[in-house]
Structures are given as C-alpha cells and as structure tokens.
Design a protein around this ligand. Structure first.
Ligand code: ADP
Length: 463
C-alpha cells in the first residue's frame, strides 16, 4: 500500500485512520502487506531500522536520493521514505494553509520509491494506491515501467478516499515527473488543461474502490464527480464501494484511556461523568440538563459548515449546548469563535487538532453533528454510534450508509432549514429519555469492523 498518511505516524483525517488499521486487518486474515509513506519531520516513528541507504532515484531532470526505514506496527511493515529535501518540513502537505509548491515532486517520488522498495525488499504482486498522492503509481507501472520484467503480472488498485482532492498541477509539472508528454491528453493524465495525479490513477489502475457504496454511485454523477464523473462512469465495471471499518481498540467507551470515565450500553453513568468533565473543560456551565451537541471536524466547505450558522439562527430559542473541535477555513473558525463569544453559556469552541479532546467529545456529547455536503465514508459518525452519541447527519455517501432512522437523525436537502429541522427532531426526541437510551443502545450495537472491510478488499485482490 502506498499513501501519504498512516496513523499513528501521520494523520490529518480518515485516510490516516484507514492506513493505520486496514493493513493490520489484512495481515490478520493472512495477507502479507506493507505500507510505504514519507518520513515527515512530524512522523511519530519509534524504534526502526534503516534498510536502504541513499538509493538514487531519477525523476525527470531530478536526481534524488532516498533512504528507507522500516518499523513494524501491528505486525505490518511500514516503510518510511527518508528524503529530507522533500519531507523534512514543518507540515505534511503545506504550511499556513498553503500547499507546498513542489507537492507533485514530493508525492511523485513517493510512488517511485514504492516501486524501488517493491524491486528490492518487498516484492509486491498487488499495489494498492490511496488517493491522489499515490495516483502516479499505476501511471509509472503502465508507462515508464511497462516493459520491466520485475513488475510483469503486477496489478494496481486505487482507493479514492475523497474525490475532492485530485492532485491537479500545471501541465508544465509533467517534465518534473519524468512522464512522457505523449500521455498529456484526455485519455491520459490531462484534466481540463492541467495534469491530475488522481485521474492518472483512475485511468491506469486495474480496479478502483471508494469508501462507501453510496459514494461509489454519487461520484458517477456531475454533482459529486468534480469533473471526473464521465471517466468514472466509463470505468464503473471496475469501481466498487467498500465501507471503512473502525478500530474499536482505539474507539471503545469501555476501554478508552482518553476519557474521564468508561461506560457501556449496560451502564451509562460514565457517559454522564464524561459529559460533565467535557462541559467543564470547554468552560460551559457544568450542568447536564441540556442536551449537548458535539462537532469534531476539519472545518472545510465539504463538511457543510455553511449550513450551520443559518440553521443555528433558526434554533436560537431551543435549549441545547454545543462544543466544537476543529480547524480549517478561517470563515468557519471565525463563525464558531463568534458564537462562543456571543453565547458563552451555550457554545464553546476549540480551534486546533486534539486527539484526546476528540475522544472526550465523542464520549461526553449527547448528539454528534455532521451536516456534510458530501462524505465519502466518514468515521466520526461511526465512532459516535459506538459511544452512544446519536448522530445527526446529512443523508449522503457513507453517512447515509451507516446511520438510519433507528440510530440517528438524517436530512436530505442541503439547506439550513433541513438541517434545523433534523436538529429540532433530535432535541424533541431527547426529551423522552427512555426512548433516547434505546436509540443509543441500537447505535452502540452496530458493528463496523475492519475485518469485514478487509474481507471485501481481499475479494478484489483475488479477482
Ligand atoms: P475526513 O477524513 O474527511 O477528515 P472522517 O470522519 O473520515 O473525515 O475522519 C476524521 C478523523 O479525523 C476522525 O478520526 C476525527 O476524530 C479526526 N479529527 C478531525 N478533526 C480533528 C481535530 N480537530 N482534532 C482531533 N481529531 C480530529
């Protein structure tokens, strides 16, 4: 597997979670799997071994040198590509909200490094590329290395975790990547006058997956296709949706070390303790009378935050509190900051990334809000189910596949009114605590294990 993130080494979202857990689930099912990712400065890499030193890698005009460190995590080998010139930086993708201008070189090299690793230390039959950062893997395999006997019979699978991130660069970037300009056409790597890493992956991979059945259908429509729906329709015979699993070792209220008190579906007292602790930590009045709505998210357009302000305006007379953890676009950070300043007894926000608090919010909230515009799979709502924190979600992608009317609240139209109505319905349902606890228990009983997902991936590997 090749990817830009893998928890616990590097994570900005769900991609990291998947690469931290799916490989181990496959290993438990008997697959021999390894992961290749960059050695970022921020990578929390522990005891490791250097297995390749200063391997020369030629990419177009660039002569680069990379070393490879290996660390075994959950019985899986994680290969870290150490190329300080490209990866020894403060950020993963960029700094201060600005992408690094040489990201095509950074992630181009990741793909060439993976092929070098497959050539020398881990002979791979199947390359499983994740998202645009690994999109060139199939392109290199089927073009530059098409005649290389090392890779005869190798297959390539691309998993799209989010079609909104495509890795598009100016056409001139092609020279940097060492790909032949003959591939710069609409059936190749060109995408509306630019070149696209993700498109290359879609064009040249043998199979394509995305992270929920509904999202697999949605991305074949103009509304969700981000310009690639036509191509995805053309490849629909090899496109499937496989839901992500959840690492219940990490996300389980019965064992979670990050939360103040543990609890189960039989005894909710620890959830009450967690709620009071959360209210106190966020500076809200520590009384549990009002329902508490939690949000943990990247604060970006995709997640539907442009609906939240207008919807809250409609709900101003309702009795509830809200805690928010996230970071992202300034306009959304500012909206939540302003809310918290104007109603400090009702709203609290923490801008930033905080693993412990994210668990605290899952445990301490009564409801969890995800009004996404689109959601390939979404993990937070699946965590919420397990924590007895009733999800309020827009019926799109993986949210639609994992939440039903028995376990949560869903709305269809992408509008503040529809969101407000869903929140209102949840607040109303909360008043009947017996029925509410039944709803919590139904959610907590849902199982989204990685073992099931791994089995689905194995079917594709076998095919
Ligand atoms: P996406 O991958 O689009 O960001 P997911 O719901 O699939 O959305 O995954 C989000 C993951 O990132 C969850 O594990 C969530 O807890 C975590 N996360 C998001 N924002 C934060 C934050 N500010 N602090 C801590 N964890 C966060």
């Amino acid at each position: 597997m090749v990817a830009a993130e893998a928890s616990p080494f590097a994570k900005t979202g769900g991609l990291g979670d998947v690469l931290g857990a799916l490989p181990a689930a496959l290993a438990r099912r008997g697959e021999d799997v390894a992961v290749v990712l960059p050695l970022y400065r921020t990578a929390k890499i522990g005891l490791h071994e250097r297995i390749l030193s200063n391997v020369p890698l030629t990419m177009g005009p660039h002569q680069l040198f990379a070393s490879v460190d290996v660390q075994v995590h959950n019985d899986v080998r994680y290969y870290f590509v150490d190329c300080p010139r490209l990866y020894d930086r403060a950020g993963i993708y960029g700094e201060g909200g600005v992408d690094y201008p040489d990201n095509h070189i950074r992630f181009g090299l990741l793909n060439l490094s993976a092929l070098a690793i497959a050539r020398t230390v881990f002979p791979a039959r199947i390359f499983h590329a994740h998202d645009w950062q690994a999109g060139l893997l199939a392109a290199y395999l089927r073009t530059n290395f098409a005649g290389d006997p090392t890779f005869f019979g190798s297959k390539c699978i691309l998993t799209i975790h989010n079609l909104g991130y495509q890795g598009n660069f100016p056409r001139t970037a092609l020279g940097d990547l060492g790909l032949d300009p003959v591939h710069l056409h609409t059936e190749g790597i060109e995408f509306y006058g630019q070149l696209s890493f993700l498109k290359a992956g879609i064009v040249w991979s043998d199979a394509i997956t995305t992270v929920s059945p509904t999202y697999a259908r949605e991305i074949q429509t103009p509304e969700f296709g981000y310009g690639m729906d036509g191509l995805l329709r053309a490849r629909s015979n090899v496109l499937t949706g496989i839901l992500n699993g959840v690492d219940y070792g990490e996300w389980n209220p019965e064992t979670d070390p990050h939360i103040p008190a543990r609890y189960s579906a039989e005894d909710f007292s620890g959830k009450q303790v967690s709620k009071l602790a959360l209210l106190e930590e966020m500076g809200l009045p520590a009384d549990a009378q009002l329902p508490l709505i939690g949000i943990v998210s990247r604060l970006v357009e995709q997640k539907g935050f442009d609906l939240v302000g207008p919807a809250l305006a409609e709900l101003i007379d309702e009795d509830f509190r809200m805690v928010v953890l996230g970071s992202g676009e300034w306009r959304f950070e500012e909206m939540f900051r302003t809310l918290a300043q104007s109603r400090p007894d009702r709203f609290a926000v923490r801008i930033g990334y905080d693993e412990k608090l994210s668990h605290g919010i899952e445990a301490g909230s009564d409801m969890f809000l995800m009004p996404s515009r689109y959601e390939p799979c979404g993990l937070s709502q699946i965590y919420s189910l397990r924590y007895g924190t009733v999800p309020i979600v827009r019926a799109t992608g993986g949210l639609d596949d994992t939440v039903d009317d028995e376990t949560g609240f869903k709305f269809q139209a992408y509008s503040p009114a529809a969101l407000a109505e869903a929140i209102r319905a949840a607040l109303k349902a909360w008043r009947d605590q017996d029925a509410w606890r039944l709803r919590m228990r139904r959610g907590m009983a849902k199982e989204h294990s990685w073992d099931d997902s791994a089995q689905e991936y194995q079917k594709i590997y076998r095919s």
